[in-house]
Design a protein around this ligand. Structure first.
Ligand code: SF4
Length: 120
């Protein structure tokens, strides 16, 4: 578990941006400063298993014009580079519609890579 006993962070789950304080009591994190329960969930997730939505560009087969993509759920922050490298190795066939799943279960994270716009 994390050796740092106190952490501060800003909750990014809504525009209010509550300033969060987390303290480790030796067994669990306690969170304060959150105006709703999702702030506590956010802080504990960040401290124990930080994740991010990954955005990238894919080059469709036979096209010079890239298509923008993103994961449909956050992936572990420690695996972002591995996931990005895997995305760049795939060249999907055209046409592509926004929302199409272009890679399933990216690097066994459970996240799919979806197109965020049409490409023809
Ligand atoms: S703790 Fe709740 S109210 Fe505060 S920023 Fe996070 S989501 Fe918004």
């Amino acid at each position: 578990m994390c050796e740092k006993e106190k952490q501060t962070m800003i909750c990014i789950n809504c525009p209010k941006g509550c300033g969060l304080k987390a303290e480790w009591n030796g067994k669990a994190w306690s969170v304060s400063g959150n105006d709703c329960p999702s702030g506590e969930q956010y802080a504990i997730q960040e401290l124990t298993d930080p994740r991010r939505i990954l955005t990238a560009l894919m080059r469709p087969e036979g096209s010079e014009k890239p298509v923008s993509v993103k994961t449909d759920r956050p992936v572990p922050k420690t695996r972002l580079m591995e996931c990005a490298a895997s995305i760049y190795q795939v060249h999907p066939k055209l046409p592509i519609a926004a929302g199409d799943i272009l890679i399933k279960d990216l690097c066994e994270t459970g996240a799919n890579v979806v197109a965020t716009r049409d490409a023809r």
